[in-house]
Design a protein around this ligand. Structure first.
Ligand code: NAD
Length: 455
C-alpha cells in the first residue's frame, strides 16, 4: 500500500516500486485550473513567433533528454526500449510540428454587402487533458502541443499508473521558457482528479484518450456545461487480407500489428480477416512469425514485447481465454512481472466476444471470409471504427473497400496508421474529433466572426 496522499508507480516487468509521487486530489485540480486561468491571458498575448520558439525549444529538450525519457517510459510501461525511443522521437516531432502553428492560425476574409467580414481563430482558454497508460507521453504531446500552440493553457492528468514522463515534460517545458501557470501536470486518479477536471467550470475543453466506457462518462459530465470534448477511444480494428495480395508480406507483418506494445494499442489490428483461399498459407506464416517474437526484459535492446501494464490487465486478458483452446500460444517469462504470451485463435466467429470486444492484450483472432462484401460486412460489424488495413494488389478494390469501411484511420498494404502531420481518430464508439495534423489545431480554437461596416 502506498502512504496516504502518494501514488506508488510500479515497474510491470518486475512488479518493483519504481517511484512514489504525490497524488493530486480534486482540490489540487482546483488550484491548477485557477493558476492556468490566471496565465491564459498572458500566454495568448505572447507574440506568435515567441510562442513558436518556446514550443520548438520543448521539442529540442525532449530530443536532448531522449534516452533518459525513453528509459523511464520503458521501465514504467514495460515497453521495449527501442519502441520507447521511437515514441520520444514522435513527442519531439509533435512539438516541432506544432511550433510552426502559431504563425499559421489563419482566419478568412469573406465578401459581404456593406463592409468587411473577417474571422479569427481564438484560443478556448484552459484545456484539460486526460490520457491513458499505453503510450503515455506521445498521447499527451498530441494534445499539449496543439493546445499550447493555439494559445490555450493546459492542465494534464496522466494515468495514475504512468505519470513519470509527463512530470518530466512539465519540467522541460518550464526550462524551455513556458510561462509559469501555462502547463500543469497532476498525477491522480480518474474518479477524483479526472472528474474534477471534467466538471470544473473554468475548463473550456477536455481532450481525452482512453476507454470507450470512460469516454462516455466524460461526454456525459461535460455536456452539463457544453464543454468541448474530443474523445479518442477503444478499437477492434480489422486487418483484411485478400488472396490477390502479397500474402507472405501481409502474414509476416500482421503479428506485430496485433501484438505490438503487447496488444495494448488502440489501433491493434486484433481481427485478422483472411480470404479463405489463402487461409492455410497465411496462418502457417502468421504462427511462424509469432513464434519468433522476442518477449522479455523491456530494457534489452533485442526485446520486441514486454509485459502487460498490471496484474489487473493480465487477469482481464486471461479471462477472455477461459474455456478456449488457442490455435497457438507462444512463450513469455515466468515469475515476477505481468507477462502474457502472444496467443492466436483461429478460426474465430466474427460475432464471438473475442472478436467483438477490445481485449487490449496479445490475443489475435483470425476470421476467414469468402467475398469482398463479406469482408466489409465483418469488418464493420463491431461498435468500434478506429483503424485497419487492407492488403491487395488490386488498387480499385483497395480504395473501394477503404471507402466502405466505417473507420477513421486506414492503411493499404501497410499496418501503420499514425503520422504527426495526418489526422487520426475514430468513427462510431471509437471516439469523436481528430488528433494530429491541422485538424487537431482547429479543435483547440473557436472561430470568431467580425463584421466591419464600411460606408
Ligand atoms: P481508461 O479509460 O481507464 O483511463 C484513461 C484515463 O482516464 C486515465 O488517466 C484515467 O485515470 C482517467 N479516468 C478514469 N476514469 C475517469 C473518470 N471517471 N473521469 C475522468 N478521468 C477518468 O483507459 P486505460 O485503461 O488507461 O487505457 C486503455 C484504453 O485507452 C483502451 O480502451 C484503448 O483503446 C484506449 N486508447 C485509445 C487511443 C486512441 O487514440 N483512440 C489511444 C490509446 C488508448
Amino acid at each position: 500500500m502506498a502512504p496516504p496522499g502518494t501514488l506508488r508507480v510500479l515497474e510491470p516487468a518486475t512488479e518493483a516500486v519504481l517511484a512514489e509521487v504525490p497524488e493530486a486530489t480534486a482540490a489540487d485540480v482546483d488550484i491548477a485550473v485557477s493558476s492556468a486561468k490566471a496565465a491564459a491571458g498572458a500566454w495568448r498575448s505572447v507574440a506568435p513567433t515567441a510562442r513558436s520558439q518556446i514550443l520548438a525549444r520543448i521539442g529540442d529538450l525532449v530530443t536532448s533528454h531522449l534516452e533518459d525519457l525513453a528509459r523511464l517510459e520503458s521501465r514504467n510501461v514495460g515497453k521495449p526500449i527501442a519502441d520507447a525511443r521511437g515514441e520520444m522521437e514522435v513527442v519531439a516531432h509533435t512539438f516541432h510540428y506544432y511550433a510552426g502553428a502559431p504563425e499559421r492560425l489563419l482566419g478568412q476574409s469573406i465578401p459581404v454587402a456593406g463592409g468587411i467580414d473577417v474571422t479569427f481563430r481564438e484560443p478556448l482558454g484552459v484545456v484539460g487533458i486526460i490520457v491513458p497508460w499505453n503510450f503515455p507521453l506521445p498521447l499527451a504531446a498530441w494534445k499539449v502541443a496543439p493546445a499550447l500552440a493555439a494559445g490555450n493553457t493546459v492542465v494534464l492528468k496522466p494515468s495514475e499508473l504512468t505519470p513519470l514522463t509527463a512530470l518530466e515534460l512539465r519540467r522541460l517545458a518550464e526550462e524551455a521558457g513556458l510561462p509559469a501557470g501555462a502547463f500543469h501536470v497532476l498525477a491522480g486518479y480518474g474518479p477524483s482528479a479526472g472528474e474534477r477536471l471534467v466538471t470544473h467550470p473554468d475548463v473550456a475543453k477536455i481532450a481525452f484518450t482512453g476507454s470507450t466506457a470512460v469516454g462516455k462518462r466524460i461526454h456525459e459530465l461535460a455536456s452539463a456545461s457544453l464543454k468541448r470534448v474530443t474523445l479518442e477511444l477503444g478499437g477492434k480494428s480489422a486487418n483484411i487480407v485478400f488472396a490477390d495480395a502479397d500474402v507472405a508480406a501481409a502474414a509476416r507483418a500482421a503479428p506485430l500489428a496485433v501484438f505490438g506494445n503487447s496488444g495494448q494499442d488502440c489501433c491493434a489490428r486484433s481481427r485478422v480477416l483472411v480470404e479463405r483461399s489463402c487461409l492455410d498459407e497465411f496462418v502457417e506464416l502468421f504462427i511462424e512469425e509469432t513464434s519468433r517474437l522476442r518477449v522479455g526484459d523491456p530494457l534489452d535492446e533485442s526485446t520486441q514485447l514486454g509485459p502487460l501494464i498490471s496484474a489487473k490487465q493480465r487477469d482481464r486478458v486471461a479471462g477472455y481465454l477461459d474455456g478456449i483452446t488457442p490455435t497457438f500460444r507462444s512463450t513469455a517469462p515466468q515469475g515476477h512481472g505481468f507477462w502474457f504470451p502472444p496467443t492466436v485463435v483461429c478460426p474465430t466467429d466474427p460475432t464471438d466476444r473475442l472478436a467483438q470486444e477490445e481485449i487490449f492484450g496479445p490475443v489475435a483472432t483470425i476470421i476467414p471470409f469468402d467475398t469482398e462484401a463479406d469482408a466489409v460486412e465483418i469488418a464493420n460489424g463491431t461498435r468500434y471504427g478506429l483503424s485497419g488495413s487492407i492488403w491487395t494488389r488490386d488498387i480499385g478494390r483497395a480504395f473501394r473497400v477503404a471507402r466502405n469501411l466505417d473507420s477513421g484511420t486506414l492503411s493499404i498494404n501497410s499496418n501503420t496508421s499514425v503520422r504527426v502531420s495526418t489526422p487520426f481518430g475514430g468513427f462510431k464508439e471509437s471516439g469523436m474529433g481528430r488528433e494530429l495534423g491541422p485538424d487537431a489545431l482547429e479543435s483547440y480554437t473557436e472561430v470568431k466572426n467580425v463584421f466591419v461596416a464600411v460606408t
